[in-house]
Design a protein around this ligand. Structure first.
Ligand SMILES: NC(=O)c1ccc[n+]([C@@H]2O[C@H](COP(=O)([O-])OP(=O)(O)OC[C@H]3O[C@@H](n4cnc5c(N)ncnc54)[C@H](OP(=O)(O)O)[C@@H]3O)[C@@H](O)[C@H]2O)c1
Length: 366
């Protein structure tokens, strides 16, 4: 049994409630019906982590190797993770990682706020026997590739476009801004409105994107600064939507990577001239079955989950993306490995041009 596991390779991904009512209802429909949202937030602190399902059928197109996995739930909501002292949230995530070890997983992937809070997985990894990855490297690769493809499909020329990055002081936002910097005409970096240090962190981010080849860079702590942008990339850790219909230019293309989303549902309802799509979603090779509905159509996963699968298929059991900083070398490497094993950017509704999202349209990061 043990040698079979070794041969097959395995992984586990930690998810957590992003939209408390809907997500709790996926597992406990009755409870979600009776509990008001504030109580779900409150009780999430006391619920134990749980194994949601087995993941089967992830198979490499290159080698035919199959890996199996587990979907685990850390019960804390995004709001709770931000509110609680990091040590309390770490404890819950480490407990969830303990479940992965018990199942026999070879590597653990952290989704959404389980890697956003605190030191980005470092403490969690120190307390587990298996390697831990945040999946940020593949998320960055998939986001850059998806945005390029969406722009192309909508006829937006990158070299003359204004790109706004909301959450540009964060890990994913800054890495994407640096990779996209040489491709666009102008960059607008938007940071959090309140904290005192936001201005200086934005200035640091502006220096880095200039070094990466940006021609014109502007910074702002006001969301209204995105109103002239042809392309918007949103990557904040806000727990509620911050982008409203009135913030967007006619015909803008908006890639929302944030989990929970940054773009208000009002945008799709009220602005049929703009294209909004969820960034960092990938098609998984093989006949993947998550045996649990975590909100994406069948056969698809978030890039951070996909990174864990790629590493398992490759037999690279190491903490590949750990900590808050994203390294461009790692982004390139994981993009190549993902492509090799048959992972693809998900084709976006409304982007039906023939040939989109094929191998050749993968991120220019490699
Ligand atoms: N789709 C995927 O596969 C995938 C994978 C991983 C992560 N994610 C999601 O991607 C998002 C970013 O992750 P990350 O690791 O880059 O997190 P991060 O390093 O914490 O970056 C988020 C940044 O957004 C800033 N911010 C917060 N509120 C803002 C506002 N109202 N306006 C402008 N900026 C604001 C934060 O500022 P402060 O530093 O002041 O807080 C921070 O710099 C999260 O929502 C995460 O769940 C998606």
């Amino acid at each position: 049994m043990h040698s079979d596991r070794q041969e097959m390779g395995s992984f586990a991904c930690v998810i957590h409630p992003l939209r408390p009512k809907q997500d709790v209802a996926r597992r406990y429909p009755l409870l979600a019906r009776v509990l008001p949202t504030p109580l779900i937030h409150f009780f999430s602190r006391f619920w134990p982590p749980l194994c949601l399902s087995r993941i089967t059928g992830v198979r490499s197109e290159a080698t035919g190797k199959e890996v199996r996995g587990w979907l685990l739930a850390c019960p804390l909501t995004a709001g709770q993770m931000l509110k609680l002292p990091p040590q309390t949230a770490y404890r819950k995530i480490i407990e969830t990682g303990g479940l992965a070890q018990k199942q026999g997983a070879d590597i653990l992937g952290l989704l959404a706020f389980t890697s956003v809070i605190g030191d980005g997985g470092v403490t969690v990894a120190q307390h587990l026997r298996i390697p831990v990855t945040t999946g940020r490297s593949l998320t960055v690769a998939a986001t850059v590739g998806g945005l390029e493809e969406a722009a192309r499909s909508r006829g937006v020329q990158l070299e003359s476009a204004v790109l706004a990055v909301v959450g540009a002081t964060g890990s994913i936002g800054l890495a994407c801004a640096m990779l996209l910097a040489p491709m666009v005409a102008e960059l607008v970096l938007v940071g959090r409105p309140s904290p005192r240090r936001a201005e200086s962190r934005l200035a640091e981010a502006a220096a880095l994107v200039s070094e990466a080849g940006a021609r014109i860079v502007r910074t702002s702590t006001r969301i209204e600064a995105i109103c002239g942008a042809d392309l918007v990339l949103s990557t904040t850790n806000a727990v509620k939507p911050i982008i409203q219909p009135e913030h967007l230019k006619h015909g803008a293309v908006i890639c929302d990577v944030a989990l929970p989303p940054d773009v208000s549902p009002r945008v799709t309802r009220e602005r049929d001239d703009v294209l909004v799509f969820e960034g960092g979603v990938m098609d998984i090779p093989g006949d993947v079955d998550f045996h649990f509905d975590f909100g994406l159509p069948p056969g698809k996963a978030y890039a951070c989950m996909a990174e864990t699968m790629v590493l398992a298929l490759e037999g690279r059991y190491e903490s590949f993306s750990l900590g808050k900083q994203v390294r461009v070398g790692r982004v390139r490497e994981i993009a190549q490995l993902a492509r090799k094993h048959g992972f693809r950017l998900t084709e976006l509704s409304g982007l039906s041009t023939a040939g989109s999202h094929k191998e050749g349209t993968w991120p220019k990061v490699d």
